[in-house]
Design a protein around this ligand. Structure first.
Ligand code: ADP
Ligand code: ZN
Ligand code: ZN
Length: 672
């Protein structure tokens, strides 16, 4: 007997011989230990057993069979295979993402031991008491009824509700209903950073029925949860980040995707480059479950389908208890700059509003979507700019730690004492990061204390929680941060939000930049005045009279959608077509150019002018690997199976050439 085994390497599967004494234990879905290459030993999952002797290759024996019954269910296999096909990546990569790292043999015995102990402790300490669901307001009740009604005819429904309209309260009622019918719920969040506040809220109501799953857990913890979900007594509610879609589910009834528009739902690196929201919709479909997508600012992909009535659509336009949405005041920094009134990135108006809030003992959030001190430094005399030796980017100045750092590969070096080109000793710092803003606070607001939250100060979950906790307890007046401060944070005493430079987001060379700016800036604005008074947002921009700024200040999603969609239609971008990006990577840029041109030509013979490129992406070298990109624009009705087969066939033609030996190719389907 032979077994096809998925291994944690970028291939679909490998065939092994099953020794006769193992034949009863080697089944589809069970783990086996196998030799690989010259000296490696891997654990893999059997995907099939058969009697077809592979031709022309040496077949090795399975070393050990680990399970008596499958650890990967049929439903999971179907899901894995869908991911592999849709996102054009090997099953081995999907398995690596799907199974907790600890499902390897050496740790197994030890893990079982600790796992038992931990489960015992958990069941002793867990808060079993389920409390005080809040009764829903009238508007919330109506929304809930509309959601349930739409689920009668649709598998997916979008809940489009302004921030603080009580979407989470509605989720909790739906979850309770689902659980009471004996069905499981998966609640997806875009980021670990968001889990703490939500976990506390849900734990209060669902107690030990709820489990939490994310990548910052240890392998042992993740294995525990995986096992429990496959056991006869799984958590009925699972709260998790994108990888939790790979957990085993037995009777899934509902998936909630909170903040569905968030980019972090898409895995960028490594493969599988899946979108957890889209994969969740497929998973729900496979399990006969429903999907609820919630957000205040829907992604175009989702809103478009809701608009076409493929998805159900439910809105909440009022905040809970009719609290006011914040007023957004636009400050034209072009004007202020011309009159030389700016103090660094602060306009006089922003300084005034912050000072007023401080005098009332209220707190302030300042948003700047760039970390570090300055974007880069430049020789005062000749204009020389230090760049990363491994990547095609400038180095970012981090002044507190006196370094220049590459935000792509982490390369770090000391700030030079003199310019290597002209020996000048003075450098100018260009652009403003969160660190520079923090630096200016003591000068501008001598009595205020500030905290900074970005990738440098909140590297770990604990650091992140500490900052939030300190700010929530008013141990600082001002919180300065990147994207991190925009998300799901709920502070009582914040009356002012300052957006220092909206143009940073608007001017990105990306067809989604306006959609994203609208989403992010609405989110950050929503942090102002959440509890008892309306908030005040100051939005600084050099394009005060643009449509997009008007749409953001008016909170007019619909106008923004219409404006942007007409451009997308004109230039054929999603959601009017589908994109597949084909990336090529190689150390040698000239060889890479040659191979990329070759691939482009081959692809054009099949796909014609649907192929764009090859081009250099905005950052065309990372970690010493040069990168080229070819884009495929497909009609929605394109036969996706055939497209994938054609792409792979052409890839194999290309890579069969000896010069393509060290070429790396991968696909990014529905790139963000
Ligand atoms: P969203 O998820 O739409 O941002 P939340 O569910 O977080 O809104 O609600 C915002 C705030 O209002 C929270 O503090 C929440 O506890 C409160 N809230 C919303 N609906 C209710 C309700 N029906 N009863 C009590 N409090 C509510
Ligand atoms: Zn110089
Ligand atoms: Zn670098």
């Amino acid at each position: 007997m032979f077994a096809d085994v998925i291994l944690p390497v970028p291939f679909d599967s490998f065939t092994y011989l099953v020794p006769p004494h193992m034949e009863t234990r080697v089944m589809r879905g069970c783990r086996v230990v196998v030799p690989f290459g010259k000296s490696k030993i891997y654990t893999g999952v059997v995907i099939a057993t058969h009697h077809r002797q592979p031709q022309g290759i040496e077949v090795k024996d399975i070393i050990e069979a680990l399970d008596d019954s499958p650890v990967v269910s049929e439903q999971q296999f179907t899901f894995w295979q869908w991911i592999a096909k849709y996102y054009i990546c090997p099953l081995g990569d999907v398995m690596k993402a799907a199974l907790p790292g600890a499902m390897k043999p050496k740790d197994d015995a030890a893990l079982r031991e600790t796992s038992k102990k931990r489960q015992k402790r958990n069941s002793e300490t867990a808060d079993q008491t389920a409390h005080t669901l809040n009764p829903l307001s009238l508007a919330q009740q109506t929304a809930m009824q509309e959601i349930e009604a739409s689920f009668q005819t649709k598998n997916v429904t979008l809940l489009h509700g302004v921030t603080s309209s009580g979407k989470t309260e509605i989720y909790m009622h739906l979850i309770q209903k689902c659980i009471s019918q004996g069905k499981q719920v998966l609640y997806l969040l875009p980021e670990i950073a968001l889990t703490t506040q939500i976990t506390n809220r849900l734990r209060h109501v669902f107690g030990d029925q709820m489990g939490v799953y994310h990548s910052k857990f240890t392998d042992a913890q993740r294995l525990d949860i995986y096992r429990r979900q496959a056991s006869p007594h799984p958590h009925m509610l699972m709260l998790g980040v994108r990888s939790s879609i790979f957990l085993p589910f037995q009777r899934l009834g509902l998936i909630i995707v909170d903040e569905e528009h968030e980019q972090t739902y898409k895995q960028q690196e490594p493969a599988p480059r899946y979108h957890a929201r889209n994969a969740a919709i497929m998973l729900a479909h496979m399990c006969g479950a429903k999907t609820l997508l919630g957000t205040a600012t829907p992604s175009f992909e989702v809103f478009h389908l809701a608009h076409k009535q493929r998805y159900g659509y439910v809105t909440l336009t009022q905040r809970y208890r009719d609290m006011q949405l914040p007023t957004i005041e636009v400050v034209d920094t072009k004007e202020a700059k011309r009159k030389k009134l700016m103090k660094g990135p602060f306009s006089p108006r922003l300084i005034e509003v912050i000072s007023d809030a401080l005098s009332r003992n209220e707190q302030i959030i300042l948003f700047q979507n760039r970390r570090g001190f300055a974007n880069f430094i430049q020789c005062h005399q000749c204009g020389w700019v230090p760049r990363c030796p491994h990547c095609d980017v400038t180095l970012t100045l981090h002044r507190k730690v006196s370094t220049l750092t590459c935000h792509y590969c982490g390369y770090t070096t000391r700030i030079p004492t003199q310019c290597p080109a002209c020996e000048e000793q003075k450098f100018d710092s260009i652009g403003t990061g969160t660190e520079k803003i923090e630096d200016l606070i003591p000068t501008l607001f001598p009595h205020a204390t500030a905290l900074r939250m970005d990738l440098d100060t909140a590297k770990t979950r604990l650091q992140h929680e500490r900052i939030i906790d300190a700010f929530a307890h008013h141990r600082a007046d001002i919180l300065i941060g990147t994207q991190m401060v925009t998300k799901g944070l709920d502070f009582d005493n914040v009356s002012v939000v300052g957006i220092l430079d909206a143009d940073l987001m608007l001017n990105l060379p990306d067809f989604r930049s306006h959609e994203r700016a609208f989403q992010t800036l609405s989110q950050v604005a929503g942090r102002a005045g959440r509890k008892n008074r309306p908030g005040h947002v100051i939005l600084q921009t050099r394009s005060a009279n643009s449509d997009i700024i008007r749409q953001i200040t008016a909170g007019d999603y619909w106008q923004m959608f219409l404006t942007q969609m007409s451009e997308r239609q004109l230039f054929r971008y999603p959601p009017f077509c589908r994109l597949i990006c084909i990336y090529l990577r190689h150390r040698d840029s000239r060889l890479l150019d040659h191979l990329a041109a070759d691939l482009g030509q081959r692809l054009r013979t099949v796909f014609g002018d649907r192929i764009l490129g090859p081009d250099c992406p905005p950052v065309s070298r990372i970690h010493s690997l040069h990168i080229r990109k070819i884009m495929l624009k497909l009609e929605h009705q394109a036969p996706i199976d055939q497209v994938r087969q054609a792409l792979l066939a052409i890839q194999h033609q290309l890579t069969a050439q000896p010069i393509a030996k060290n070429l790396n190719i991968y696909y990014d389907v529905d790139p963000l």
